[in-house]
Ligand binder design. Structure first.
Ligand SMILES: [Zn+2]
Length: 491
């Protein structure tokens, strides 16, 4: 038996893993103490071998790939009652106090007689005093606010002094989202029932720089709050989305290169909707994209086109409860756009293709304006299309989206349910079926992909060209190649 205090301070309590053939530190340890070194993973010419491979010298696990063996070995130990899998979490030491003005005061007072005392609940929160000078001078900026610092001891009523350090701002960012759920509560940070109704946060969006500290602290706070019975949720965020970086002409934006795009300039030139829409359109948000100044103009023109279509629809059509009449191609396009934006946002978080779908819809509306407005049914579909485009663009261009929607429906888009696509109106893929008569191609028609064989045959038999060429003959046989061809044999 070898006894050691530790080998690596942060590596659990074990000094070594006891796999000298496959771990460099264990290998050195075994060599120094002349211990046997047994290979248990095939691979590499020399030991230690730290790669993957099939197990050897491992009894029942021989031949199993080592990664797969991890699970099998733990299962075997568990079935024998000798062990079980466990995940260990570690939180690095976190220096919580700061000598800064900003940050929450630490609610502790010091008394010469009683020592450190927590400020009683009925005196919380301790509010920051107003100070003239925020700069630290070897002391916390709060230390100079003598009126605030000097107080009375909650235990003996004698003179006491407040703690003058403040809490790290990470303390606030670890649980602010819980307070948001019940922000007007004066009696407590939150009401548990309200919090349980909202938490966890459905979607968290942030930069990758938050992954190691803020997100870890937020999880730690949530688990600790759950353990002391303040909420149900064990995790603060149900879904995490980490956005990529937007470059300009292929280069990272930086002040020193002078290639930084200021959203303010776009807001001043084209408005906030264009700025927001373009940033979400430039690429998949996870990957970022490359900024193009002309692109903002394209988006501004698209938004103007949508607004013109809405104003036009309001002026040339009557308000209606929805589209009427036989569905036109444009109405199918509306439902296609609803389906696409819903799926792109919900499943793939692909804002760029969602916006592209609304652009496509608005182009269709503009293109078919005149023919649609020629009939009352068409007009109702035009109006419905423009209103739906407003509601679909609302998440990206909230001002224009809500104005468009209200103009055409009289309702506020954020009080309405998200639009739903009618599956019956969703375009399906089509295939082209070739019609042959006695082996010669005489016609073609489009049919939905997956069309049934007998339907395919029926449509082929109904072809006008077939009728023209039969010339008194009768179709005696039909050979169907599904989705591709129907050969009619006539005699
Ligand atoms: Zn005291």
């Amino acid at each position: 038996m070898f006894v050691a205090d530790y080998v690596l301070m942060e590596y659990g309590t074990g000094a070594i893993m006891a796999v000298p053939a496959h771990d460099e530190r264990d290998f050195e340890f075994a060599r120094k103490h002349d211990l046997p070194i047994t290979r248990v993973i095939e691979g590499g010419e020399e030991l230690p071998y730290t790669g993957d491979g099939p197990m050897v010298n491992s009894g029942r696990f021989d031949g199993v790939h080592n990664r797969e063996a991890f699970t099998q070995i733990v299962e075997w130990l568990e079935s024998d009652g000798k062990g079980k899998p466990a995940v260990n979490y570690r939180l690095r030491d976190w220096l919580l106090s700061r000598q800064r003005y900003w940050g929450c005061p630490i609610p502790i007072v010091y008394c010469e007689k009683c020592g450190a005392n927590a400020v009683p609940d009925d005196q919380l929160p301790v509010v920051l005093p107003d100070v003239e000078d925020y700069a630290p001078k070897g002391l916390s900026p709060l230390a100079t606010a003598e009126d605030w610092v000097s107080t009375t001891c909650p235990s003996c009523d004698g003179p006491a002094r407040r703690e003058t350090d403040t809490m790290d701002t990470f303390v606030d960012s670890s649980w602010y989202f819980m307070r948001y759920c019940d922000a007007r509560n004066d009696a407590a940070p939150w009401d548990r029932e309200i919090l349980d109704g909202w938490m966890p946060v459905d979607q968290y969006i942030g930069g990758v720089e938050h992954a190691i500290l803020h997100l870890m602290y937020a999880r730690f706070f949530t688990k600790a709050f759950a353990d002391i019975g303040l909420l149900d949720a064990q995790e603060p965020f149900a879904r995490l989305f980490t956005q990529g970086m937007v470059t300009r002409d292929g280069a990272k934006m930086s002040k020193s290169k002078g290639n930084v795009v200021s959203p303010r300039d776009i807001v001043e030139q084209h408005g906030a909707d264009t700025a927001r829409c373009y940033i979400l359109y430039v690429g998949h948000p996870a990957e970022g994209g490359d900024w193009n100044d002309k692109g903002t103009e394209g988006i501004a023109r698209f938004l103007a086109r949508l607004w013109r279509a809405a104003v036009d629809a309001a002026a040339s059509t009557e308000p209606s409860d929805g589209p009427t009449g036989e569905p036109t191609g444009v109405l199918r396009k509306v439902h296609w756009a609803i389906d696409k934006v819903t799926a792109d946002l919900g499943e793939r978080f692909a804002t760029h293709t969602a916006i592209a779908a609304v652009i496509e819809l608005v182009n269709e509306l503009t293109k078919h304006r005149d023919e649609l407005l020629a009939t009352p049914d068409g007009a109702s579909q035009y109006r419905f299309g423009a209103a739906t485009a407003g509601s679909l663009i609302f998440p990206f261009a909230p001002h224009l989206g809500s104005e468009t929607y209200e103009l055409l429906t009289g309702r506020r888009v954020w009080e309405e349910p998200w639009p739903e696509a009618d599956p019956a109106l969703l375009e399906t893929d089509t295939v082209t079926i070739v019609v042959q008569l006695n082996g010669k191609v005489i016609d073609r028609f489009d049919a939905p992909a997956g069309i049934a064989d007998d339907e395919q045959e029926r449509l082929a038999r109904g072809s006008e060209r077939v009728a023209e060429r039969l010339d008194g003959r009768e179709i005696v046989k039909a050979i169907v190649v599904p989705g591709r061809l129907v050969n009619l044999v006539a005699r």
